[in-house]
Design a protein around this ligand. Structure first.
Ligand SMILES: NC(=O)c1ccc[n+]([C@@H]2O[C@H](COP(=O)([O-])OP(=O)(O)OC[C@H]3O[C@@H](n4cnc5c(N)ncnc54)[C@H](OP(=O)(O)O)[C@@H]3O)[C@@H](O)[C@H]2O)c1
Length: 250
């Protein structure tokens, strides 16, 4: 009889914003593929602890760390804590994000700064913290948005800008990271049924018509792509932005 090892057996992952929605689906999937997973939360402490307990109860390893992505130093400390607990971070997933939509002339500059801080600066900070300790085969996966390519909503100027910045960062950093054998990619979800964008929420009537498959995505379907990119099978993919959007961008 042969024993089939889980694809991420022996690997350690760090996921930002992992307590709920897409982040929680990523945490669950990476854990079920065999990775030890550290993940951050900022407000969802109970859900974070429940998720870590659920994974530990099913034989995996998980730790929840409070870290506000608006605070770059907190993000760096959280990565360091994960390295301390598990010995390394082999897979970094930058998932935490906020979507503050309003007419461009109504944004306070503090709101601009916060959008940039959570959706973009924290991504760079986490990569700065995790990248140097990654070994050959390391994986960085950002969660951008298909809105960076195709945005039907008014009021999304800052959100789309941050996600386009993530796509640009991904492309450029692929060159810097390649010599160490580390890949970096950007998963761009389309409309996905979460707290941010419920399938019966206010954006649904606007975005639904553009989805070729005629339905919202599930968080687990975004996690499937993350798991693939994290796996050894995806070793020849880097610098890519990959839409998982039910065919919006076709
Ligand atoms: N849903 C969609 O249709 C869609 C489409 C394209 C892209 N995306 C992207 O996918 C990612 C996840 O979106 P989602 O739909 O799962 O969003 P969500 O339901 O609003 O969940 C957001 C997650 O991010 C975390 N987060 C928010 N602000 C944070 C902060 N300052 N520090 C640390 N964590 C923070 C939250 O943690 P707490 O619960 O602890 O606050 C939560 O885990 C985001 O980057 C989003 O832009 C989503």
């Amino acid at each position: 009889m042969t024993t089939v090892l889980k694809p991420l057996f022996g690997k350690t992952a760090f996921v930002t914003g992992g307590a709920r929605s897409i982040g929680a689906a990523i945490v669950r999937r990476l854990a079920s593929d065999g990775a030890s997973v550290a993940f951050t939360y900022v407000s969802s402490q109970n859900r974070a602890e429940e998720l870590a307990n659920e994974i530990e109860a099913s034989g995996g390893r998980a730790v929840a760390i409070r870290a506000d992505s608006a605070d770059a130093e907190a993000v760096k400390r959280a990565v360091a804590e994960a390295v301390n607990v598990f010995g390394a971070v082999d897979i970094l997933v930058n998932n935490a994000g906020i979507a503050n939509l309003k007419p461009y002339d109504q944004f306070a500059i503090e709101e601009f700064d916060r959008m940039i801080a959570v959706n973009f600066r924290a991504v760079f900070a986490a990569i700065q913290a995790a990248g140097p300790q990654m070994k050959e085969g390391g994986r960085i996966i950002n969660i951008g948005s298909n809105a960076a390519d195709n945005n039907p909503l008014t009021g999304a100027s800052l959100y789309v800008s941050t996600k386009a910045a993530v796509a640009g960062l991904t492309r450029a950093l692929a060159r810097d990271l390649a010599p160490k054998g580390i890949t970096i990619n950007n998963v761009q979800p389309g409309p996905t049924d979460t707290d941010m964008n419920p399938a019966d929420g206010p954006y649904a009537p606007i975005v639904s018509g553009s989805i070729a498959l005629g339905r919202y995505g599930k968080a687990s379907e975004i996690a499937s792509m993350v798991a693939y990119l994290a796996s050894p099978e995806a070793g020849f993919i880097t610098g890519a932005s990959i839409n998982v959007d039910g065919g919006v961008n076709i």
